[in-house]
Design a protein around this ligand. Structure first.
Ligand SMILES: Cc1ncc(COP(=O)(O)O)c(C=O)c1O
Length: 143
């Protein structure tokens, strides 16, 4: 998933302009952070890094919607935190992102081992996953 997300963000960011905005959250595994941060740095894009509520462990939809604007290109959001299990309301976040013309990348690595993924229901533009989390193969570069 990490390798794919680096490839994805490298490709997407070729079209980003200085001042475009990327939204990430503190619920993310580094695999859904570092690729976006490095791509944004390379393109001169602004990163809005949003924190979950430390008292509840939740990431209210309003935290995301307040950060969205017409320059937002992508929201990178986990479907479930691998550290504290929080499941943000991805469907509502996607709907809000789409309203401003942004797209949504969902990290489903943790969720996929627990639930069937409904990509349309989540409103995701792209979902990333890792089959080895449910006994599938891992990435084998060069084979
Ligand atoms: C939530 C989450 N996202 C992404 C990853 C990274 O997946 P990969 O090891 O396939 O790069 C992990 C790995 O543990 C994870 O738990």
């Amino acid at each position: 998933m990490t390798a794919m997300t680096f490839d994805l963000t490298r490709t997407l960011s070729a079209r980003w302009k200085p001042g475009d905005q990327i939204v990430v959250t503190s619920l993310e595994h580094d695999a859904n952070l570092r690729p976006w941060l490095l791509a944004a740095q390379h393109a001169g894009a602004v990163v809005r890094w949003l924190d979950f509520d430390p008292k509840t462990g939740e990431l209210p939809v309003e935290t995301i919607t307040a950060a969205l604007n017409s320059r937002t290109r992508w929201v990178a959001i986990t479907a479930a935190s691998n550290v504290i299990g929080t499941k943000p309301d991805v469907a509502a976040i996607s709907a809000a992102a789409h309203k401003v013309g942004a797209r949504v990348h969902v990290d489903a690595v943790h969720l996929a081992a627990h639930e069937l993924i409904d990509m349309r229901g989540l409103g995701a533009d792209i979902i990333s996953c890792s089959p080895y989390k449910f006994l599938g193969p891992h990435w084998r570069a060069g084979r």
